[in-house]
Design a binder for this molecule. Structure first.
Ligand SMILES: [Fe+2]
Length: 182
């Protein structure tokens, strides 16, 4: 399976959204593989790379003009939209990575409390690969320059601004993946 071929079914090469998606997804994939190697954990690296390349495929159906996306849905929906696209492609495992990667994952309570226009189901990463794509993505968050890798010192306050429970999830992942401190 070639992730870039699937991306080209939905994105026009040369468009702003395509260039952003490809650059961002390659960065996240590279980061995820690098963290995987340092973790000592047994991960499915082929699946990890593919899923990292495809995790944001739903963005073109959202309204994110800065990323060249002119869809009708709010950006928060891009994970679920990605799941729908990937399921239609027959990629059910990759689809779950897309749905569950937003932030450090969305709980039913998050969706309810924030009135997000999302189905009320648990959207937190479960498998190691799901967690790792979500984790790697946080180093390239869309706040500030989305293409510049953020340091741990920059990532943590952003996550803390979403809530202490979110920061705890992130800190669990730092330990899980034996991510170097500092
Ligand atoms: Fe995303």
């Amino acid at each position: 399976m070639a992730p870039e071929e699937i991306i080209r079914k939905y994105y026009r090469p040369g468009s702003k959204a395509y260039e952003f998606l490809l650059t961002h997804s390659r960065q996240v994939a590279q980061k995820a593989l690098q963290v995987a190697r340092g973790s000592g954990l047994e991960l499915d690296l082929k699946f990890l790379q593919e899923a990292a390349m495809l995790h944001d495929i739903g963005i073109f159906r959202t309204h994110a003009p800065l990323l060249g996306c002119y869809g009708s849905k709010p950006y928060i929906c891009h994970g679920v939209l990605g799941r729908q696209i990937l399921e239609a492609e027959g990629l059910v495992r990759h689809a779950l990575v897309a749905e569950r990667h937003v932030g450090v994952g969305l709980t039913v309570e998050d969706i309810r409390r924030n009135n997000f226009p999302l189905p009320l189901r648990d959207m937190t990463p479960q498998s190691l690969e799901e967690k790792l794509v979500s984790f790697a993505d946080l180093f390239f968050s869309k706040v500030g320059d989305p293409l510049k890798e953020k340091s741990l010192k920059e990532v943590k306050p952003l996550i803390a601004s979403w809530g202490q429970d979110k920061l705890r999830v992130f800190e669990d992942w730092l330990r899980l993946f034996r991510y170097p401190a500092g």
